[in-house]
Design a protein around this ligand. Structure first.
Ligand code: SAM
Length: 213
């Protein structure tokens, strides 16, 4: 099977064609943001996972222009709370606008600044989350996973993009801080006693981790 053709087929048949996504991508171009949003199959998977887990409180780490935020919000309960951590204030403003536009009626909150600070703030507030999506800088993936675990309850789901980091995680010649961060993250997904995990080998590697007691 031609995997590129199969991917296009699935996108055409199953992925959400909401016009808000075209607006997100136009903003990325117009504002000169990097073109590093989640792929559409992973985006639809985020919506489904949020629905399947009946997630009331969702945390996103790394927003860019809001593509993944919109995917998450589309699957959320209207009495829920969506919290996003984003370093860049301009990106956060754009992303928040799109998440509001998509019709999610719950509480929406963007914390601007380093995600590690945001995670500390949420912990100090005693927050817990049903689903966390990690998609910020790769160097800190292990810290984001530990921070997410502190905000998770038994039964929460932690999801992350770029878990195979363009194949660099299994290429011994690669040793950048980002690659080492994702490698350590993969090791934790596998070994952490509270996690039962898998990495789906499509896109750039999409990790799912179920949080136990
Ligand atoms: N999840 C987004 C989507 O699919 O639409 C893409 C996120 S993009 C891959 C990574 C984002 O993480 C960027 O918006 C970047 O500004 C943000 N970021 C990078 N380092 C960060 C940090 N230390 N704290 C918070 N956000 C960070």
């Amino acid at each position: 099977m031609d995997s590129a053709k199969a991917f296009r087929f699935v996108v055409e048949h199953f992925c959400d064609q909401d016009p808000v996504f075209a607006e997100v991508f136009k903003s990325i171009l117009d504002l000169g943001m990097p073109d590093i949003s989640l792929n559409p199959v992973a985006g639809k998977l985020l919506t489904l996972l949020t629905k399947m887990t009946n997630a009331e409180r969702v945390l996103e780490i790394g927003s860019l222009a809001g593509y993944s935020g919109v995917c998450l919000a589309k699957g959320m309960r209207d009495d829920g709370e969506f919290v996003a951590l984003e370093l860049n204030a301009d990106y956060a403003r754009v992303a928040e606008g799109f998440v509001r536009k998509v019709g999610f009626k719950g509480n929406i909150r963007y914390l601007v600044g380093p995600a590690l600070d945001g995670l500390r703030t949420l912990k100090a507030e005693g927050k817990t989350f049903d689903l966390v999506f990690i998609d910020a800088d790769k160097e800190h993936y292990p810290d984001y996973l530990l921070g997410s675990l502190e905000l998770a309850r038994a039964g929460s789901l932690i999801v992350a993009d770029n878990a195979l980091w363009k194949g660099r995680v299994f290429d011994p010649a690669q040793s950048s801080a980002d690659t080492e961060g994702v490698r350590a993250f993969i090791g934790m997904l596998k070994e952490h006693p509270r996690l039962d995990s898998i990495v789906l080998p499509f896109g750039d590697g999409f990790a799912l981790a179920f949080v136990g007691v």
